[in-house]
Ligand binder design. Sequence first.
Ligand SMILES: [Zn+2]
Length: 565
Amino acid sequence: MNSPKKDGFHPAEFLIWLGELMLYLCKGLRVGLRWIYHNTLRHYKRRIVVLSKRAFRRTKRTLQHFWQRLTAPFHKTADGWRVVRQKMILTKGQPFRVRMNTLSDAMQDGFHTNAGLVRSLFNLCLPLLAAVVLAVVLVVVSQMNSGVNVIYNGQVIGVVNTEAQANQAIRMVQSRMVLNEGDDVFTFEPTYSIDYVDSSAIMDEYQLADEIISLSGDSIAEGEGLYVNGSFFGATQDLGTIQPVLDDLLNSQRTGAEDEEVAFAESVEVVTGLYPTANLQDGEDLAAAITGTTQEDTYYTIQVGDTPSGVADALGIDYDQLLALNPGCDQPQNFIAGQQLLVTKAVPVLSVQVTRTIQYQQEIPYETETTNSSLYLQGTNKVTREGQNGLADVTARATYVNGVEVSRTVLSTTTIQEPVNEQVTVGTGTVDVSSGGSGSFIWPMSGYVSSEYGDSDGRSSNHRGMDIARYGGATGAPIYASAGGRVIYATYNSGGYGRLVKIDHGNGVQTWYAHCNTLLVSVGDVVAQGQQIATAGSTGNVTGPHLHFEVVVNGVKVNPRRYLP
Ligand SMILES: [Zn+2]
């Protein structure tokens, strides 16, 4: 459809057309009303007709009255024309000037006697005229569109929506043309004009690109090209080559999981169009390029004196990245001169991104609860209950790029087994060695002192401990830690002590428990003051069952009496 602007506006033609239209509308209205009356109202049931007859007749009369008023101006106008025509018939055969005067007089008479009629005709027509003009404008506008003419050498070669689209088409052409080194860059500088155009004439950038290529004069052929993230990758004349290659790449990452999403990480587009024949490659070559990599793996050979961080610095890559490419290379046994380090990893041309729901079990780490206790010396931590990890069923949504997980969102976690928290007793107790008899030690066994520190009893000229025995025999009597500390010795001693326990209390203080029957602790155990560590006996160099108890301060065996309450 052509624009009225282009053709010019002819008021006379338009008015004639408008008059015809209005007469037609009036006729149609009358016919339509009559049709409605004959086809619907007439067939109403008698009762309804009787009941509504009066109202109907009144309505009909009103409508007829309204219709007469509505059509009266037209009837009068028609009558007026009939009068004018009769007057003109009477002047038949008379000179032209006379006839024109008669016509003029008759029409003036008509207008004078019917001034009101002209006004009411005008009033009646004005809204109709406005409605018709609006309809015409709507019809024209709906088929017209503002577009950009792309003009080259004085000729419109295409129409697009925006100038940016045209620029994109030119870039597309350039990317299709410039493949060989040394070739001149294709230039194309059209002019633009904005115009109202038919919507169906507007092209997209691909169609315009084809138009431009066909103007370039080069040898061109139909082909299909691959665009990755909007950049031209390559084209082939073997139509239907690219899509199966893309499908295979996607399918290779599918596992068939129900809600799996498999797509290229890049935006990938196959464009069929005109390409310079020089830039079209064999279908197999293009397929190989698409499934290939953008760069190969590269390596660095470790030199004598190199360090992992030094190599990363020298190569200008991130140290963490080097570690990720070469797991364990920060360990000396894995970083040996002459070995190769992976420096850059091959990157596929197209990355396939897969998102799927995964289910797995995960340990729930236990927590540690601590309790303070003066029964243990400061600096000691006694595990009173071992912690145990719990277990949970986890459902997560994981995303992989080329098979490597890049993100994971946990959807739900169901605990199968609750973790058992570890309980640790932290020692707050102190041993005061500077002031003897402070009361920070307790008696290791109940009984009587059968031999004091320093006694000469025949077995040893200088007794370095205190012997505790029981009437009726001490064998099996419980021996308790005199103070909290760590067991540093718990075995048979062949030097005469028999079964011996040594406890280190820190600050250079130790207590020794000799001649035991059974040992209830092991080296490394942390014991609290008053905790049973052994039973008394008669192992080693003894004459009868008893506990030989020693207190050692900074390697010197001192009199236990100084510390016992
Ligand atoms: Zn003794």
